[in-house]
Design a protein around this ligand. Structure first.
Ligand SMILES: [Zn+2]
Length: 211
């Protein structure tokens, strides 16, 4: 699966947060359809709603289709999904990917990024990143990842401000990102195995906070 969030803050049209992420993910799917490739696994895109209010779209998708994050009761699809990829850090180029603490995917992702090194995407970090829609997947043990992006003016100017408008997007950067994402979802769909998972989280006594 791949996705971004379609909702945005009301001060502007939300070009970098997160129309850019949605556009890149949709373009990645369009590229794969145009190429006519026949992936072995289903590739599903989700454009989430209510992200800014608390990841409501992705949290509820996960809860109803994959697993309850509190009781950790698993649904049938929990065993079928390989990975979820997210893009929600503005309109900048993809520079690499956060492993979200999943050491076992490091070698796989490093290999997948090799063709993109010349385009500036080569970083594979064990670090976590949060506050967006891959977190609910990760919370129930599904490999969920967010790409590392060039910050551009995201933190200094456009994020949740009245300047988050179309003129702050860089088409060439979005095109680069779409190529990287298309390769990642295609490679994921073509693997014999699902991506390696971290240990399954145990049931929690209190609802999860800080999503
Ligand atoms: Zn966002």
């Amino acid at each position: 699966m791949l996705g971004g969030h379609l909702d945005s803050w009301h001060g502007a049209t939300g070009a970098t947060d997160n129309a850019a992420g949605c556009a890149v993910m949709m373009e990645a799917v369009r590229i794969l359809k145009t190429l006519g490739v026949k992936p072995r696994r289903t590739i599903r895109i989700a454009l989430w709603s209510g992200e800014e209010q608390g990841l409501h779209g992705s949290r509820n998708y996960v809860k109803y289709h994959l697993a309850d994050p509190v009781t950790m009761q698993l649904k049938p699809d929990h065993g079928k999904i390989s990975a979820y990829y997210n893009l929600d850090n503005g309109g900048g180029k993809i520079r690499g990917i956060y492993l979200q603490g999943n050491e076992a995917v490091k070698a796989i992702f490093s290999k997948w990024l090799e063709p993109f090194k010349e385009m500036g995407a080569g970083i594979v970090t064990i670090n976590n990143t949060g506050s967006t829609d891959h977190v609910p997947f990760d919370a129930v043990g599904i490999p969920g990842f967010q790409f590392i992006q060039d910050p551009l003016e995201y933190n200094t100017r456009t994020h949740h401000t009245n300047m988050d408008t179309y003129d702050h997007l860089v088409p060439a950067d979005l095109q680069q990102a779409a190529m990287v994402v298309a390769a990642f979802v295609y490679n994921t769909a073509m693997r014999d195995e699902k991506l390696p998972r971290k240990e399954l989280p145990t049931a929690r006594e209190t609802p999860l906070r800080g999503f």
